[in-house]
Ligand binder design. Structure first.
Ligand code: ADP
Length: 514
């Protein structure tokens, strides 16, 4: 094992497994789905063999993106802590210097050290400082140097094999939009996790984590006070909430009081710059408000946080597919996340005139229909699907069946349908197999499009979460401008983008009726 001294060069901070175990997922509150995703990764890291038998491998890189102070660093430490692995923390800005060759050699050092302690975790905060788009505007200078550093990261990540002694690289950024798409390719940071602002329930949970070591008059009063704070702190990050409680603690000590009370919390809130005086001049009277905020339960007017996120992703995925395979007879107009339905909320305009659909149009419509299911599986995991995507598979297979049975455009042709199973042995099984082939192609193609346009999906999701809705012009603008992450081709396809079937089962041996 190599001495830690060499780390001096890379400026990274080394935290041993023993130290890092201090932080666990229990320290991160709210946004439970993030923990679920990361717990899965920890399970793979800890118990490689069981998963490798099943062909499940740990991603090489996890990218956490979201506003500062939302707990990205905390999560990276928690992964190291839960897995009991040594943790190497660096900052993207550490690598950026004016001296030629420094960035690349620092990256090399960092990976070399991490590898000698493998399995281990590298955390690169503000990865955008080194990993921003090549050829873009040179913010802060040192462009060529930074590019060398970025190339070195790519080389290092491509270089190591996925094996028991692996290094997991976790990156964090609040500028997903300026990252070089090369970083997000498969085999690099291929797991992208959004860490957003906490909801009201998330805020309460975060406050409780940070109130663990604070004194309150009673459990009941603590609960009531924290609920009030959660209620009043929309748009606060976890770090800001933690700060409110710390401030309140300091004020309490300064006043020589034994317990944090309403006054101290209010004062702390007022001191935080984020607290606009005009909004609420006084604290809600606690007792009068009782009952409006039941912990862990969602009130009926508010869409639960995770569902909102799932809806936003679903709509964003549907939008991206609608741009990729535009339907000239049904241009989309806008979408929103204001309604929870089992089908997408995307609105379409009908255009007058006769519809002229070709085989490729039918096939593309199957691909589009898969979007809700594919994105949900991609973002939340196959074991965490929920009913908002459940109709998608149904719709896609219905379209595939229509193509096969009703259009006469596939190998079977329409003529062979209608109870002529005596003419074609096992007709039903063959039709089913053909439908499954179309479905497989549709799912593969859809997921390839969503990976290629992942940055557009994230941007549209951001806007939906922020504004609740988005119009077609803005969707098209994002779609056209977002950097694309190159993907391998999906096939087999013929020149119309449909599968090649002719001759697969053949039509020989089938005599036409009549
Ligand atoms: P980021 O890396 O996203 O900028 P940090 O992880 O540095 O944010 O967050 C700073 C601190 O804020 C954390 O150490 C933690 O104490 C607190 N914090 C932020 N988000 C959360 C959360 N979801 N739950 C608990 N604490 C949080």
């Amino acid at each position: 094992r190599q001495a830690l001294g060499s780390l001096g060069k890379s400026r990274a901070k080394f935290i041993s497994a023993e130290e890092s175990t201090g932080v666990t997922f229990a320290d991160f509150a709210g946004q439970e789905y993030i923990k679920r995703e990361l717990q899965e990764i920890v399970r793979i890291l800890k118990n490689d063999e069981e998963f490798q038998d099943k062909g499940i491998y740990c991603p090489k890189g996890v990218l956490l993106h979201g506003p500062p102070g939302t707990g990205k660093t905390l999560l990276a430490k928690a992964i190291a802590g839960e897995a009991g692995l040594p943790f190497f923390a660096a900052n993207g800005t550490d690598f950026v210097e004016m001296f030629v060759g420094v960035a690349a050699s620092r990256v090399k050092d960092l990976f070399a050290s991490a590898r000698s302690f493998a399995p281990s975790i590298i955390f690169i905060d503000e990865i955008d400082a080194i990993g921003s788009k090549r050829g873009g505007p040179d913010i802060g200078g040192g462009g060529a140097e930074r590019e060398q550093g970025l190339l070195q990261i790519l080389t290092e990540m491509d270089g190591f094999k996925v094996s028991t002694s692996q290094v997991l690289v976790i990156g964090a950024t609040n500028r997903l939009d300026i990252l070089d798409p090369a970083l997000l390719r498969k085999g690099r940071f291929d797991k992208i996790i959004r860490v957003g602002l906490p909801s009201k329930y998330g805020r309460l949970a975060i406050l409780k984590v940070h109130a663990r070591n604070k004194m309150f008059r009673s459990e009941a009063e603590k609960e009531a006070l924290l609920q009030e704070v959660a209620e009043l702190t929309e748009d606060f990050t976890g770090a800001e909430l933690q700060n409110i409680l710390n401030e309140a603690g300091i004020l309490t000590a300064r006043k020589d009081l034994d317990y944090i009370g309403q006054d101290e919390l209010l004062e702390a809130l007022k001191r935080s710059n984020l607290w606009p005086d005009i909004v609420i001049p006084t604290f809600y009277p606690i007792l009068q408000q009782k009952g409006t905020f039941e912990t862990g339960q969602e009130d009926s007017t508010e869409i639960p946080e995770e569902l909102k996120l799932r809806l936003a992703y679903r709509e964003a995925a549907v939008a991206v597919l609608a741009c990729y395979f535009p339907d000239p007879y049904r241009p989309f107009t806008q979408t929103d996340i204001k309604m929870i339905r089992s089908q997408p909320n995307m609105c379409y305009a009908e255009t007058p005139g006769k519809v002229f659909s070709r085989k490729s149009d039918y096939v593309n419509s199957i691909v589009r229909a898969c979007a809700p299911r594919v994105i949900e599986e991609e973002m939340f995991g196959v074991d965490n699907l929920c009913w908002i995507s459940s109709k998608a598979t149904l719709e896609a297979s219905r379209l595939a069946e229509f193509l096969i049975l009703q259009t006469g455009m596939t190998a079977f042709g329409k003529a062979y349908y209608r109870n002529q199973s005596d003419l074609v042995p096992n007709l039903a099984a063959k039709l089913e197999a053909l439908r499954d082939e179309y479905m497989r192609y549709a799912v593969d193609k859809c997921s390839s499009v969503l990976r290629e346009y992942h940055l557009a999906v994230e941007t549209i999701t951001d806007i939906l979460l922020e504004k609740g809705e988005i119009k077609s012009e803005e969707i098209w603008d994002i779609y056209k401008r977002a950097p694309r992450i190159p993907q391998p081709a999906v096939g087999p396809v013929d020149e119309y983008g449909a599968l090649i079937y002719a001759g697969r089962w053949g039509i020989h041996g089938i005599s036409l009726p009549g």
